[in-house]
Design a protein around this ligand. Sequence first.
Ligand code: PMP
Length: 425
Amino acid sequence: MGLADLDQQQLDALAAGTTQAYAELQERGLSLDLTRGKPSAAQLDLSDELLTLPGAGRSRAADGTDVRNYGGQKGLPEIRAIFAELLGVEVDQLLAGDNSSLSLMHDTISWAVLHGVPGGDGPWFGRGVKFICPVPGYDRHFSILSSLGIEMVPVALGEHGPDVAEIAALVAADESIKGIWVVPTYANPTGAVYDEATTRALLEMPAAPDFRVFWDNAYALHHLTDTEHPPLDVLGLAEQAGHPDRVLVFASTSKISYAGAGVSFLASSPANLTWYLDHAAKRSIGPDKLNHLRHALWFRDADGVRRVMRRHRELLEPKFALVRAELERRLGGLGIASWTEPEGGYFVSLDVPDGTASRVVALARAAGIALTPAGASFPGGHDPRDRNIRIAPSFPPEAELAVAMEGLTTCVLLAALEQQGVVEV
Ligand code: PMP
């Protein structure tokens, strides 16, 4: 029975039970953290062999390159070959970088602001450049833009991507819109997977020649079910659409090997790669090829990566199942919350009654459960409906996750009852 269907007596009973549960929660003196999508220690342990690779006396790549020295701006061919296969791009179109794809995104946007991109008519600086930001989205994408003074135009993200007709109309009306963030597979935080029709439409729509799709495939290989969504050939589709330079593809092994000591990747058209390499050469004399080598030795081939990803899934799947079960058990059927059931990635997106997300997060914090700030998945940290909460189940052990989820659902209920005036604030 939904909350709205309860009579006063039932509401009072629920209010008393929830208030009591919250008081007990506070008494437990918890210190739990559901804030960020970090791999757990058990997941990091899967890659322990990396700590001993390549090993003394093993510093040559397959082509004889001494990986200890400067150079090799495109990254080691063997690691590029493995990930080209996995990401569905040509090896020639894929570069391997240092430990963070977010840095590659920051670099490319900074260089676009300072220097402009191929096909454009100069730097983006001082032109009131704007980006389309599907929401809810990844907070660090939005932070890059706000730090560079780029205005964000939110559009709603559906299950298979945003409404491209809406985006095309915005872009047609305003040529200062130069980019869009896309997390195509198991989006952060909703788990949305862009379908081919949406992708084609994004690539075909008329836009400024220096409009770019920042295709952040951070979770390309991070399946949680047997429905493994394969990466779309987005570079091929862009070429077919007559806009070969429109897309910059990003990925990394942050959640395959080590978050913080993995390998990042950038794939794009020849013109964009030449542009990138030209600027990258001013910034560094080459990426960490030693890290490339140890990753290549450890993975061996694309199947080696797929094997590791299955082990990650074994560790993550029960946590996602627990989150889903707890949400269903405590909030199911009450008509006050909805949540995503992602087939991959690192997050569950929870929508609570409009106007209560900040209160839920504050209540949880007061009970020792740290959640990502309400609104974090929106530009400027502002969720206009104050209803979205991102749940990151990967890091805590299952026992802690269970306590945190029970506490979180108590807070959701309490905030909803407060809003209805059944419980006093
Ligand atoms: N993109 C998305 C969508 C993410 O959720 C994250 C965080 N895990 C990153 C990029 C960060 O990637 P990296 O560690 O390669 O910088």
